[in-house]
Design a protein around this ligand. Structure first.
Ligand code: SF4
Length: 281
């Protein structure tokens, strides 16, 4: 690479970094000119990602992503992607007309899940909430926003993963789905997993673990321990909404979740982007 090309690449990476800071809400950058050419001692980062939820106090400035982009996942064959999308759409049509359990009665939209039809990583939660029911999309409410930040912190995008739930219709009042409702709906998820063929499933929360794995162990004990479902490695971890509620007041919980996500990344041959402390104020 010529010096000119190296300079252009560096400028591009700097621009990307500044845009990221802008998106994070940073408006000013304070930097000591004397420190620009010296290795700064990283300040401690109080949590692995930033949340914009009004319910959660800010836990400190999040680390900026690395300048070096991660290598893209291997490109799947177009024909395979198209075939997977067709099959997923077919399942979604079946779900849209499903009346196998009482959850069909009060739903506004079914929520089959969405994302990459050939993902390395699939996220599975317990069921749609109010926002998801209104939009027909999985994880688009407050917990979904936090999940998005987790995914970004992993060096991925929502478009690179698939996000779904055990049940595809909203339980009334956002209650947890009942065992018979999960059992009725599980065949759809099983079909989706067979089509998606993810390398890793990240199971979000105790209810999802019970529904998917029929494992009654409490999630705080089971999290971080690899499980198997249909031959796929499953990482149980805490639900984002748990972090947004009382459970997240214990910051160690945030780092436990982050460790689980890092383990999932390593399982698919990736590393999390290194943390880089921002000089922004
Ligand atoms: S939750 Fe699942 S099984 Fe129950 S009605 Fe909806 S799609 Fe059918």
């Amino acid at each position: 690479m010529t010096n000119r090309n190296k300079l252009a690449a560096a400028v591009g990476q700097l621009e990307e970094h500044l845009l990221w800071l802008k998106e994070e809400g940073t408006r000013t950058i304070a930097a000591d000119p004397k420190s620009l050419n010296t290795a700064a001692t990283p300040a401690p980062v109080s949590k692995p990602w930033k949340t914009d939820s009004p319910k959660v106090p800010s836990l400190g400035k999040t680390a900026a992503p690395a300048f070096q982009p991660l290598p893209p996942p291997p490109a799947p064959l177009i024909a395979d992607v198209a075939a997977a999308q067709t099959k997923l759409a077919e399942i979604a049509r079946h779900i849209a007309g499903c009346e196998k359990c009482v959850l069909c009665r009060k739903r506004t939209h079914t929520v089959p899940g969405q994302g990459n039809p050939q993902p390395e990583i699939m996220f599975v939660g317990e069921g749609p909430g109010e926002d998801e029911d209104a939009q027909g999309l999985a994880f688009v409410g407050a917990a979904g926003k936090l999940l998005t930040r987790m995914i970004v912190r992993m060096g991925l995008t929502r478009e690179q993963v698939f996000i779904g739930n055990i049940v595809k219709c909203r339980p009334p009042g956002n209650r947890a789905p009942l065992p018979d409702e999960m059992a009725a709906c599980l065949p759809y998820l099983r079909e989706q997993i067979a089509i998606l063929q993810p390398k890793v499933i990240i199971c979000l929360g105790g209810t999802a673990v019970k529904g998917l794995l029929n494992n009654q162990t409490g999630i705080t004990r089971l999290r971080g321990q690899w499980q198997k479902y249909q031959g796929v490695d499953v990482m149980p971890t805490l639900h984002p909404s748990y972090l947004l509620r009382g459970g997240g007041e214990d910051r160690a919980r945030w780092w436990e979740v982050w460790n689980d996500l890092v383990a999932a990344l390593r399982k698919v041959g990736r590393e999390a982007p290194p943390q880089k402390t921002s000089a922004a104020s």
